[in-house]
Every structure is written in structure tokens, then in C-alpha cells.
Design a protein around this ligand. Structure first.
Ligand SMILES: *[C@@H]1O[C@H](CO)[C@@H](O)[C@H](O)[C@H]1NC(C)=O
Ligand SMILES: *[C@@H]1O[C@H](CO)[C@@H](O)[C@H](O)[C@H]1NC(C)=O
Length: 172
């Protein structure tokens, strides 16, 4: 079988409501903090569908258990178990909604942008987002799945569609 015959395309529709729920996430080692909530905008249905060329707002509300002068974000995209560094324009947590120095037992909302470059492959992957303190320990570490949509900008009935490639071998 040729390459194309093993691939199909699937449309994921976005539900037409805007009242997004908190994102379902897994904690991957928030040693020096505790995460209360994760919000991504826009993300009307989960896993979040990321359109190329768009930027998404990530809002992580957490409580720190330590004092830290600075904090730094590190983002990875985990593709088939392999973490790949995902560059973000602003890695300084003190410039991402957090008033530094970070104080213990205080709640913070870390707010940053996740830009989706047009060169990214249209795959499903896990985003791992860490915020490190002065001790290089995680104030938070969260991970959540996302689907990067294929480039085609397709609208149906005013609803933006997410075009993804799927292997038919899953079904045949
Ligand atoms: C981030 O989320 C928190 C908790 O839901 C909310 O109080 C805060 O207003 C949000 N911040 C932004 C910039 O959206
Ligand atoms: C925090 O950041 C400031 C400004 O970049 C730097 O001067 C200072 O040494 C940093 N402190 C720690 C503990 O890393």
C-alpha cells in the first residue's frame, strides 16, 4: 500500500460555545508548588485544537510553597515519548503575570502565549510546561495533550474545522 492510501483525513469540529472549561492536565512534578487550574484560550473542546499561525493564551493558577526571586519557564512538546524543546517568546516568569519575588503560600496566575508556527507537523502531542524557581525546581510542571491542525483553513457554518491526518491502519 502506498503512503497516501494509508492516510485519511478527519475533520474535528469545534463546538460553537465559548464558555471553555478548565483544561484537563496531569501534574508532572510540581515540587515547589501546587497547581489549582489551567486555562487555554481559545480552546472550546479538548484536547485543544491548535491552528497554525495562531497564538494561544495559557493561564496556570498555582500556589508556591517557596520563596524565589526569579522564575523561568521551559516548554517541551512530547512526540511519541520524546521531549522536544518548544521555544516560547517570553521565558521569564516574572514578565508573565507573576509579580516577583515569588512568596511562599501565595497564589499566582502565570499567563503566557503559545505560538503555533506554520512549520509544525499536524500531529497530536503532549505539551509539558514547567516553571522553575531559583533552585531549578518546578513551581509547577503540567502536561496536557493538544492536536495541531493541518494548515487548511476551513470553515463550515461559521465554525472553524480542524483538519487532521489519521492512519487508516487504526481502523482496517
Ligand atoms: C487566570 O485564571 C485565573 C483563575 O481562573 C483567573 O482568576 C485570572 O483572571 C486569569 N487571568 C487571565 C489573564 O486570564
Ligand atoms: C534574579 O534575576 C535578576 C535579574 O535578572 C538577577 O540579577 C538575580 O541575580 C537573579 N536572582 C537569582 C537568585 O537568580
Amino acid at each position: 500500500m502506498g503512503y497516501y492510501s494509508t492516510l485519511g483525513v478527519l475533520l474535528l469540529s469545534l463546538l460553537a460555545y465559548t464558555n471553555a472549561e478548565p483544561v484537563k492536565f496531569a501534574d508532572c512534578g510540581s515540587i515547589h508548588g501546587k497547581v489549582a487550574e489551567v486555562d487555554i484560550q481559545p480552546c472550546p473542546s479538548q484536547p485543544c485544537q491548535l491552528h497554525k499561525g495562531e497564538s494561544y493564551t495559557v493561564n496556570v493558577t498555582f500556589t508556591s510553597s517557596v520563596a524565589s526571586q526569579n522564575c523561568t519557564a521551559v516548554v517541551h512538546g512530547v512526540v511519541e515519548g520524546v521531549p522536544v524543546l518548544f521555544p516560547i517568546p517570553q521565558s521569564d516568569g516574572c514578565k508573565s503575570g507573576i509579580q516577583c519575588p515569588v512568596e511562599p503560600q501565595k497564589s499566582y496566575s502565570y499567563v503566557n502565549q503559545l505560538p503555533v508556527k506554520t512549520g509544525y507537523p499536524p500531529i497530536k502531542l503532549v505539551v509539558e510546561w514547567e516553571l522553575k524557581d531559583d533552585f531549578n525546581k518546578d513551581l509547577f510542571c503540567i502536561k496536557f495533550p493538544v492536536q495541531i491542525c493541518a494548515l487548511t483553513d476551513l470553515w463550515l457554518d461559521g465554525v472553524r474545522m480542524c483538519l487532521i491526518k489519521v492512519s487508516l491502519n487504526h481502523w482496517l
